[in-house]
Design a binder for this molecule. Structure first.
Ligand SMILES: Cc1ncc(COP(=O)(O)O)c(C=O)c1O
Length: 401
């Protein structure tokens, strides 16, 4: 039987997830017996808190085995509405909330629901790897706006305003940010909000998945709490990072009813309601204590200080101070053009690959985050591993001349 390889253009045009790709390579080297330190994946190294796991076990025993409503169980949507009021000063009813299979799914749903072919999506860079690919899938056009290193990688309101055209449909960014850890202040978000208010046809996708991992004194501010633009903001969040629940796959959007209805319609045809057991666990996560989440945040803060301190000792590394999330994002462009005698490092893709081969430390090149001078190093690992990884990196780069 002959087979004709004929993938759809939209899949051929798609990049593979760089973070998952690097993780795969690191696993392959580890399987060969190398002592790989894997700092490429964006995943807490903590276990899901016990009270949440208990809720999942109870959900199985209580018989939540069937299909759930497409947008999520009513008690979960109510718990999310309460959480938004409590933590974010955002007032939406359960009918404004749609629960999906992780925040990633929520983001993709919104883009497919709102963006027409040819419409522009402004993405603040550095950005999370999947944003631009999701826009591509929806046949939209990404307009990348670069945050400068000297502004802690944040895009200024002036830069944002300059990027708006009659085709702009959406602007999207994460705060706290993956990969830079940058946190937009209330003043910065209000200034961005004031620009959005002048353009009623532009929507904001506020990715707040790292909300609970915020080291600033002022804490988290949600752009969706600004009354003038409430109907223009889609707040996206979930349980993956703050509650250490990456595998449970629960994310949500909170938005104007017509947007929530559109997302529910799409989801109803593509996946239906997400996992029933995980929904019951997430309900407890949203209603319950944040004590564990705060403990994890303290550990991430300690590791941030540790890793940034060690990376700043490495010759040529330029390292910003992340205010949240669990990544360090050094600029390593000092090493571009340098060689260990065999391999010449041209860019951060080369750097990251070379580092894996030489130091057995897995990182992710900044290229796919829209920051080709940098590499992302996850700090969600044990302190000893982080110290060893930094030592190995230092010893390896010393070979580059
Ligand atoms: C900025 C950002 N948004 C969304 C997600 C996806 O979260 P989830 O695991 O809930 O799909 C991630 C995961 O790495 C992320 O870093």
């Amino acid at each position: 039987m002959s087979s004709i390889v004929s993938l759809a253009d939209r899949i051929n045009a798609l990049e593979e997830s760089a973070t998952l790709g690097m993780t795969k390579k690191a696993r392959e080297l580890a399987a060969l017996g190398h002592k790989v330190i894997s700092l490429s994946v964006g995943e807490p190294d903590f276990k899901t808190p016990k009270h949440i796991c208990d809720a999942a076990k109870k959900a199985i025993d209580d018989g939540f085995h069937g299909y759930s409503p497409v947008a999520g169980y009513p008690d979960l949507r109510k718990a999310i509405a309460d959480k938004l009021k409590r933590d974010n000063n955002i007032e939406w009813n359960p009918e404004n909330i749609v629960v999906s299979t992780g925040a990633k799914h929520s983001l993709a749903n919104v883009i497919s629901t709102l963006v027409n072919p040819g419409e522009e999506v402004i993405i603040f860079a550095p950005y999370w790897v999947s944003y631009s690919e999701m826009v591509k899938l929806a046949e939209g056009t990404s307009v990348i706006v670069d945050g400068a290193f000297d502004n802690n990688f944040k895009v200024t309101p002036e830069q944002f305003e300059a990027a708006i055209t009659p085709k702009t449909k959406l602007v999207m960014f994460a705060s706290p940010n993956n990969p830079t850890g940058s946190v937009y202040t209330e003043a910065e978000l209000r200034a961005i909000g004031a620009i959005v208010a002048k353009h009623p046809n532009i929507f904001v996708m506020a990715d707040e998945i790292y909300e609970y991992i915020n080291f600033t004194e002022a804490g988290h501010f949600s752009i969706g709490s600004i009354p003038e633009i409430k109907d223009q903001v889609i707040t996206v969040n979930g349980v993956a990072k703050g509650h250490a629940m990456t595998g449970w796959r629960i994310g949500f959007i909170a938005a104007a009813k017509w947007i929530a209805d559109g997302v529910e319609k799409l989801q109803g045809q593509v996946t239906s309601g997400t996992n029933s057991i995980a929904q019951k666990a997430a309900t407890v996560a949203f209603n319950g204590t944040l004590e564990e989440a705060y403990k994890m945040k303290e550990a991430y803060l300690r590791r941030r200080d540790l890793v940034v301190g060690l990376l700043r000792e490495i010759e040529g590394f330029k390292v910003n101070m992340p205010d949240g999330a669990f990544y360090a994002f050094p600029d390593v462009s000092y090493y571009f053009g340098k060689s260990d005698g065999t391999t010449t490092i041209k860019d951060s893709d080369d750097f990251s690959m070379w580092l894996l081969a030489d130091a057995f430390v897995a990182t992710v090149a900044g290229t796919s985050f829209g920051a080709p001078d940098c590499v992302r190093i996850s700090t969600a690992a044990a302190d000893e591993q982080l110290v060893e990884a930094c030592e190995r990196i230092k010893a390896s780069v010393a070979k580059l001349k």
